[in-house]
Design a protein around this ligand. Structure first.
Ligand code: GLV
Ligand code: MN
Ligand code: MN
Length: 420
C-alpha cells in the first residue's frame, strides 16, 4: 500500500506529544543527554521499538537501536536516525522529528510486509547536542572512532566522567577510538530533520535535500582578572574579567560578520555560554569562562578567524590587566553528503510529488559525522520562522509526514538498487 501522508499524521503527532513530556518541567523543552528525563525518554523509545517488533540493542557508542531484520540472511544495514536529546530550553522537533519519522517509516514497512534486502535500523544517536563535556554527536563520533581518550576522560561541571556515562547507558567506551565493526556493513545513513532556517518556509517548498554541512569548532576561553570590592577598588586599578570578556565578545561578532561578507559562504560565530565568577553585584568579576561556537563552510575563512582571534588575545594579554587563554575543545570538518544519495533523495522527493531544493545546512548533524566514513545524506522539512534551539520551535506534522514519505521512497529505491 502507498504511504498515505494524511493518514499517518495522527501516529506522528501522538509520538511527538508523548516524547515532549520527557522534559525538565521547570524549563521546557530540556532533555539533556544522560539526564533523568533522557533515561525516561529512552525507556519510552525502547518500548516503541518493542511495539513495532524490532530487535532492540545499544551499541558500544550508546546509540539506542531498533532493527527490522531482512528476511534474507544479510549483514547489510540501512540506518534511519536522529536524536532525542535537546539543548537547554530547546524545542519539540529538533532531532525528535527524525526519530519519530523513522518509527513511522518502519511501522509502514511492517504493516505492509515490505521485503527489504537489508536490515533497516532506527537509531537514536546518543547525545547529538553540545553538552557540558564540550562535545556534540557522542554516538556518531563513537561509531566512526572519533572520540579520543582526552574527550572520553573529560568531567562535566558536576564531576561526572563522560566515559562512565557512556558505559552506564550500555555503551563500551573502550571501543570508541576506532570505527565500530558495524560501519563496514552500512549501505546508507539517512536522516530527516527540521531545517532550523527559513529557506523552505520562504520558498514554500516541502523538502530540502542537504548537500553540505559546515565545519564546527568550539573553543573555551578563560579570562582571569582579579576579584575585589566594587566600592573600594578605583576604576584605573581594576582587572575586571567581564569587561575584558565583553571586548572579546564584540570582537568575535564583528570579525565573523566581516568574514561572512568577504567569503560569501556560510560563516557564523557565537558566544552563547558565559560563566561569570563569582557573579555577585558587589564584587568585581574575577574570572569569566566562555564557549565560542564557530561554523564555516570555508577552510580559509575559518583559518583567518582563528588567526585574527589569537592575535587579538595576544595583544590583550600584552597590554591589558587580565590573562586570557583560549583552547580548542571540539572540531567537526566541513562535509558533503554522498552525491548518489543526494540524487536518489531528489528522485524520491520528485516521485512523491513534493516540491524540493538542494541546499546547504547551517546547523551541525549526526549525519555530518557519519558521512566522514559511510554513505550518508539527509533531508530537511520546513520549520516555522526558522526558529530552533528555543521553545518556540515548530514544525507542521503534515510536513513531517511528507518527509517520511520521501524516506520511504528512498528506502524502496535503495532496496531496488541492492537487490540480490
Ligand atoms: C546542532 O544542534 C547544532 O548545534 O548545530
Ligand atoms: Mn538536531
Ligand atoms: Mn540541535
Amino acid at each position: 500500500m502507498e504511504f498515505d501522508i494524511e493518514s499517518n499524521i495522527s501516529y506522528i503527532e501522538n509520538k511527538i506529544n508523548e516524547l515532549e513530556k520527557f522534559t525538565d518541567q521547570k524549563q521546557p523543552f530540556t532533555r539533556l543527554v544522560f539526564s533523568k528525563e533522557f533515561y525516561e525518554a529512552r525507556s519510552w523509545l525502547k518500548n516503541e521499538y518493542d511495539k513495532l517488533g524490532l530487535l532492540v540493542s545499544t551499541d558500544e557508542a550508546g546509540n539506542l537501536i531498533g532493527t527490522l531484520n531482512s528476511k534474507i540472511d544479510t549483514d547489510k544495514i540501512v540506518i534511519v536516525g536522529s536524536h532525542i536529546d535537546t539543548v537547554p530550553s530547546g524545542g519539540k522537533f529538533d532531532g525528535i522529528a527524525g526519530v519519530v519519522a523513522a518509527l513511522c517509516l518502519i511501522k509502514h514497512i511492517k504493516d505492509n510486509d515490505i521485503d527489504l534486502p537489508f536490515n533497516l535500523a532506527v537509531y537514536d544517536y546518543l547525545g547529538e547536542e553540545l553538552n557540558d563535556w564540550g562535545i556534540s554527536c557522542i554516538g556518531t563520533r563513537g561509531m566512526i572512532g572519533a572520540l579520543n581518550q582526552e574527550i572520553l576522560s573529560r568531567a562535566n561541571s558536576s564531576g561526572n566522567i563522560l566515559k562512565h556515562e557512556i558505559n552506564k547507558i550500555g555503551g563500551n567506551s573502550k571501543s570508541l577510538t576506532k570505527p565500530l565493526p558495524t560501519i563496514k556493513n552500512i549501505l546508507a545513513c539517512l536522516e530527516l530533520h527540521i531545517e532550523q532556517g527559513k529557506i523552505l518556509e520562504q520558498k514554500k517548498l516541502d523538502i530540502g535535500i542537504v548537500r553540505s554541512i559546515p565545519s564546527i569548532s568550539r573553543f573555551n576561553v578563560e579570562v582571569n582578572g582579579q576579584a575585589g570590592h566594587s566600592g573600594t577598588i578605583l576604576m584605573d586599578q581594576r582587572a575586571d574579567a567581564l569587561v575584558a570578556s565583553s571586548e572579546i565578545i564584540t570582537f568575535v561578532n564583528r570579525l565573523a560578520l566581516r568574514l561572512s561578507q568577504e567569503s560569501n559562504q556560510h560563516f557564523v560565530s557565537t558566544i552563547g555560554k558565559i560563566n561569570v565568577l563569582p557573579n555577585a553585584a558587589a564584587i568585581i568579576p574575577g574570572k569569566v569562562e566562555m564557549t565560542i561556537d564557530l561554523r564555516s563552510s570555508s577552510k580559509s575563512s575559518r583559518e583567518q578567524y582563528v588567526k585574527e582571534l589569537q592575535e587579538k588575545i595576544e595583544l590583550m594579554n600584552k597590554t591589558g590587566t587580565c590573562k586570557i587563554e583560549m583552547n580548542n575543545i571540539a572540531n567537526a570538518p566541513y562535509v558533503e553528503m554522498d552525491k548518489e544519495l543526494v540524487k536518489l533523495f531528489k528522485d524520491s522527493a520528485n516521485a512523491c510529488g513534493l516540491t524540493n531544493q538542494i541546499m546547504d545546512s547551517g546547523a551541525g548533524h549526526d549525519t555530518a559525522q557519519l558521512s566522514r566514513l559511510v554513505p550518508a545524506a539527509m533531508i530537511f522539512i520546513p520549520c516555522k520562522e526558522g526558529l530552533s534551539h528555543c521553545p518556540e520551535e515548530h514544525a507542521e506534522i503534515l510536513d513531517i509526514s511528507k518527509g517520511t514519505a520521501v524516506l520511504l521512497k528512498m528506502v524502496e529505491n535503495l532496496a531496488m538498487l541492492n537487490h540480490t
